[in-house]
Design a protein around this ligand. Sequence first.
Ligand code: ZN
Length: 92
Amino acid sequence: MEDIMAMVLVFIIVVFIILMPIVDYLFRFRCPACGSRRGRKSASGRWDGVNDQGQRRGGAFSYMECRHCLAHWKKYRGTWDPVDDDEWKQRT
Ligand SMILES: [Zn+2]
């Protein structure tokens, strides 16, 4: 009985070791500039603000940095926008 328990435990650990890089890969974003999948989530949260046209734009956002070309991106409502250095320093 203890042998089976030990085997199940080892099996679970092995499955985790195999799955972790896959999950990690899936949760990384594809950089719109260079196309590499080496993005890293830096910050996320709620944002309330007014855009250049004076419209209120609130919602969830995420900031990402590409580890390949070092570009900074902001995801807002499903689209990626480049982020300038000032905003990047402010938000992350
Ligand atoms: Zn990139």
